[in-house]
Design a protein around this ligand. Structure first.
Ligand code: AP5
Length: 214
């Protein structure tokens, strides 16, 4: 199972990725989580990408493609994987093709821009695992604490209102063209393009996605 989760910031990609990865026993490859881990670790990569991420812009294709290629070489990728937040540009998608990755499905989660701001302002994350919560829509069992480890949850630096607006603009300009890109390919070969209405409760959306993937 090699799948891409596509959708705007706050569509619920990270939330749903956890369910898909559990159901299929595959790793989640979130370029956002990988970059945030590099920033937290204070690595050279982290220093190079921090300002770009804080601004809401995209990290350069070269850096991302290198990062993903390295990740795909790991042992846990042999039975498949789920991309969350990658590819983000046509160049990244073409690099994936050039690397010989044959995708099984692209799952697009659609959420209108108006809903995004509400989701982002209430989002809290567990930095260690990438687990995602929402103060109202998907609260943790104990306020401010991760359900599994009990560790403190944080608010992401790029969830400020202005940065979210910037990220949405970047999504429409640079990432949304991937919808046409993959729709055009879904008629040929084994690739399935699955559209999911991302409005509704987390459980319902999970069921829709898992039923569609089969
Ligand atoms: P990244 O971490 O990938 O962020 P993103 O794509 O903008 O997506 P988010 O993580 O913000 O949202 P999500 O769709 O996962 O939603 P979530 O499940 O959390 O990227 C961050 C940055 O890294 C980029 O801006 C860029 O700089 C860089 N980067 C990363 N990848 C890159 C790449 N490939 N190329 C270049 N640069 C890259 O849900 C959001 C909130 O809503 C949560 O609080 C959740 O609990 C809640 N929620 C979820 N589902 C529902 C529901 N159905 N109803 C109500 N609330 C819900």
């Amino acid at each position: 199972m090699k799948t891409i989760l596509l959708g705007p910031p706050g569509a619920g990609k990270g939330t749903q990725a956890q369910f898909i990865c559990q159901a299929y026993d595959i790793p989640q490859i979130s370029t956002g989580d990988m970059l945030r881990a590099a920033v937290s670790a204070g690595s050279e990569l982290g220093h190079r990408v921090k300002a770009v991420m804080d601004s809401g812009a995209l990290v350069s294709d070269d850096i991302i493609i290198e990062l993903v290629k390295e990740r795909l070489a790991a042992d846990d990728c042999v039975n498949g994987y789920l991309f969350d937040g990658f590819p983000r540009t046509i160049s990244q998608a073409q690099a994936l093709e050039a690397a010989g990755v044959a995708l099984d499905a692209v799952v697009e989660i659609r959420v209108p821009d108006e809903e995004i701001a509400k989701r982002m302002s209430g989002r809290r994350v567990h930095p260690g695992s990438g687990r995602v919560y929402h103060l109202v829509y998907n609260p943790p069992q104990i306020e401010g604490r991760d359900d599994e480890t009990g560790e403190r949850l944080i608010q992401r630096g790029d969830d400020q209102e202005d940065t979210v607006r910037e990220r949405l603009g970047v999504y429409h300009d640079q990432t949304h063209p991937l919808v046409e890109f993959y729709l055009a390919k879904s008629g040929h070969g084994d690739l399935r393009y699955i559209e999911i209405d991302g409005l509704g409760d987390v459980e319902g959306i999970k069921r829709q996605i898992l039923n569609s993937l089969g």
